[in-house]
Design a protein around this ligand. Structure first.
Ligand code: PMP
Ligand code: GLN
Length: 380
């Protein structure tokens, strides 16, 4: 078989989770909470399921959910969103990303990604027949070097991915980044794909700088988000894309032949959750902040050096004081010999910085899990 995706093997998340199971390790690798989704969400799902909401949904998403997303987005970012034309409910942010790339990027075009980046971007770009152009983030701060982005733009550049709060680093983009980005793409045909799945998980009273706050950027952006992150239910795989009508119309063409629609009962549960439990999404940063702080305090008792975490639920830890192994070998060793699983960073790069010794640990965990994991890490 002549493969469409020669660079793709099994994702690092699958590899590490399987290794964790095999060795009975505490899994701080793949990003998922070890606590359950809120009761109101589970109740909403059950009620929807028991009241017959079990057939195909409207392809673009049930109207109450699109309306709830539009109202919530408008309230948070001050941009008017038309629920009928601008919102498409998808089977996870992953589907939204694939739909957007397949719909909007043409063979032979270029898409800029900022390394390290989430692993589903590049395969989507390749499936669209386009080329991924990798621009490194600053290796210490994970800030965007906009001059390097500017240098990477050509007449073939069709799309630019940004991701804030950022997976894997937790870095967030600020207002100045948005202003520079707007200036950079002005007069080009570049579409921004803004991955905002961790939009509600931001710390220290910072505000999430959605592209939707910036009218000039919003006009040319596809924003993707994920209920999996916001409602602690990564296995439900429901997300959405918000984009101007003309872009959404193209995304919907792919969506309707990719999945057609997203599972119906979950959509009712999310519609109800957004409207009746706004304190949940508005309070998510406050919910995760004590977990972040506690995990960092516990890591302080180990030889790992914790990097700053302005957003998201991942902690990067520098292990150079305990090992010279490269990150893939270190992650395997840590799982097999010490019973803690993290995710190495190099799979998030085309070319990882020489000598980088970082591992990503997910702190969306209960106190007992954090304590048990860091007790093991303290023995390193
Ligand atoms: N983007 C980023 C940055 C993510 O971390 C994830 C989930 N790990 C996704 C997209 C995909 O989200 P979903 O599970 O809703 O498809
Ligand atoms: N988004 C999750 C992470 O970064 C992984 C999701 C997956 O396994 N595909 O850990």
């Amino acid at each position: 078989i002549q493969t469409r995706l020669p660079k793709v093997g099994t994702t690092i998340f699958t590899v590490m989770s399987q290794l964790a199971v095999q060795h009975g390790a505490i899994n701080m690798g793949q990003g998922f909470p070890d606590f359950d989704a809120p009761g109101f969400l589970l109740d909403g799902f059950e009620r929807a399921m028991r009241s017959g909401k079990n057939q195909y949904a409207m392809a673009t998403g049930i109207a109450p959910l699109r309306q709830a997303i539009a109202a919530k987005t408008e309230a948070m970012y001050g941009r008017a969103i038309d629920a009928d034309t601008d919102v498409t409910v998808t089977s996870g942010a992953s589907e939204a990303i694939l739909d957007a790339v397949m719909a909007l990027v043409h063979p032979g075009e270029e898409v800029i990604v900022l390394d390290p980046c989430y692993d589903c971007y590049e395969p989507a770009i390749h499936m669209a027949g386009a080329d991924a152009v990798h621009v490194p983030l600053d290796p210490d701060s994970f800030a965007v070097d906009w001059d390097r982005v500017r240098d990477a733009i050509t007449s073939k550049t069709r799309m630019l991915f940004i991701n804030s709060p950022h997976n894997p680093s937790g870095a967030v983009l600020g207002e100045a980044d948005m202003a520079t980005l707007a200036e950079l793409v002005r007069g080009t045909r570049i579409i921004i794909l803004s991955d905002e799945v961790y939009e509600h998980i931001i710390y220290d009273d910072a505000r999430h700088e959605s592209v939707l706050r910036h009218p000039e950027l919003a006009e040319r952006s596809v924003v993707v988000s994920s209920f999996g992150k916001t409602y602690h239910c990564t296995g439900w795989k429901v997300g959405y894309a918000v984009a101007p009508a003309a872009l959404s119309a193209e995304i919907r063409k792919v969506h309707q032949y990719n999945t057609f629609c997203t599972m119906q009962p979950a959509q009712w549960a999310f519609a109800e959750a957004i409207e009746q439990h706004a304190d949940h999404h508005l309070g998510l940063g406050a919910f995760y902040q004590p977990k972040r702080d506690r995990f960092r305090e516990l890591l302080g008792q180990t030889k790992l050096r914790a990097l700053p975490v302005p957003g998201g639920y991942f902690q990067l830890a520098d292990y150079s004081a305990v090992s010279d192994l490269d990150d893939l070998a270190f992650a395997r060793w840590l799982t097999i010999e010490h019973g803690v699983t993290g995710v190495p960073l190099s799979p998030f790069y085309e070319t990882a910085p020489e000598g980088q010794r970082l591992i990503r640990l997910c702190f969306a965990k209960d106190e007992a899990t954090m304590v048990a994991a860091t007790e093991r890490l303290a023995r390193l």
